[in-house]
Ligand binder design. Structure first.
Ligand SMILES: Cc1ncc(COP(=O)(O)O)c(C=O)c1O
Length: 364
């Protein structure tokens, strides 16, 4: 009955942990990929007001003029003034699907640094293309030489995800310049998933879109403003690509939720520096709590940390943690390897402390 393109599709490993979580009583849940704070009040009020004022219909496919203008201004402030095509999407997920659909033919290849966000591999396979994974253990940097060696005649794009899910790695200017040089030489598109751009703790954020013109820039509201269920993001990049993605949106998503687009304007004016500062502190707390016992890199951004499991297979360690009521995600969900595990520190300090104590106890 089902098409071949979905034959290999399996439930995300994260979902499986969520299902398990449902069965535990009051678990220490370090598996969740969303902020633990609430959507700021002003953003909530704008959404409520938008509904009450009748913003409940389809919007323009590309998003309301008002939100696109606000996004354009934000990008002008960051990158300098320019004419930009912007498409408002249903989350970064929506932008990823439209981008892959418009860039890839069956058999084309996309380079993905491994570990990677789960959706990339599945979406690339769904459109009949081939993900080519580049091992970035143990430092989780952009291994530009390895990427260069992996480029073939069928390569169309390289995925850049900084800060990264699941490692929290942040790529600096020189690393991104090297990737951009390589892409320019081979005429490739860079797909820059910048959903965690506001969660960058130790240095000013650098976007590869600033360095390389043929970048599909994808940003979202889910993580920065805790609006994960509201489904809002945007894409900017080469005109030809954004116009075609808009056309495909017309036949698929139609538009991003209309009341949420109004709330998005308020979100762009909302200062989240306190929340980000709190996550920087949590990053330090968790890193300091784990580093004596685990082999672990200090993450520069997002709200994840990706330590090495103390035994060969992370799966076993994760299972033992779950038996102790601590939910973490095995590395194989994000990787061709299963040596590490992901902790999300988007949780209360007390939960984090209990989690660290249990994990260190299990490893010691
Ligand atoms: C790296 C990365 N990209 C994209 C997404 C999806 O975000 P959205 O809610 O905007 O679709 C996530 C969510 O976990 C993510 O971690």
């Amino acid at each position: 009955m089902l098409a071949k393109r979905v034959a290999q599709l399996d439930a995300s490993g994260i979902r499986k942990v969520f299902d398990l979580a449902g069965k535990l009583v009051n678990p220490v849940n370090l598996s969740i990929g969303q902020p633990h704070f609430a959507v700021p009040e002003a953003i909530q009020q704008t959404a409520i007001q938008a509904i009450q004022e009748g913003h409940n219909r389809y919007t323009l496919t590309q998003g309301t003029n008002e939100l696109r203008e606000a996004i354009g201004e934000k990008l002008n402030q960051e990158f300098g003034p320019a004419e930009r095509k912007i498409l408002v999407t249903s989350g970064v997920s929506g932008g990823l699907l439209l981008g892959f659909m418009c860039l890839l033919d069956p058999g084309d290849e996309v380079i993905i640094p491994d570990p990677y966000f789960v959706m990339y591999k599945s979406l690339i396979e769904l459109v009949g293309a081939r993900p080519v994974l580049i091992n970035t253990y143990p430092d989780f940097g952009m291994h530009v030489d390895d990427i260069g060696r992996a480029i073939s005649k069928r390569t169309r794009a390289i995925v850049v995800n900084s800060p990264s899910n699941p490692t929290g790695a942040v790529y600096g200017q020189s690393e991104l310049e090297k990737v951009a040089d390589l892409a320019a030489k081979k005429d490739l598109v860079l797909i820059s998933d910048e959903i965690y751009n506001e969660f960058c703790y130790d240095e000013p954020y650098v976007s590869v879109a600033e360095i390389y013109k043929k970048t599909l820039l994808l940003r979202g509201f889910s993580k920065t403003y805790a609006m994960t269920g509201w489904r809002l993001g945007y894409a900017a990049g080469p005109t030809e690509l954004i116009e075609k993605m808009t056309m495909v949106q017309q036949y698929t998503f139609v538009c991003a939720p209309s009341m949420v687009q109004w709330a998005g304007i308020t979100a762009l004016q909302t200062d989240m520096s306190k929340e980000v500062e709190d996550y920087r502190r949590k990053r330090d707390l968790v890193y300091e709590g784990l580093r004596e016992v685990f082999e672990v890199r200090k993450p520069g951004g997002a709200f994840y940390i990706f330590p090495r499991a103390p035994e060969d297979k992370a799966e076993k360690f994760v299972q033992r943690a779950i038996e102790k009521n601590v939910l973490i995600i095995p590395g194989e969900v994000f990787s061709s390897r299963n040596s590490h595990f992901r902790i999300s520190y988007a949780a209360e300090d007390e939960v984090l402390s209990r989690g660290i104590e249990t994990l260190c106890g299990l490893a010691g």
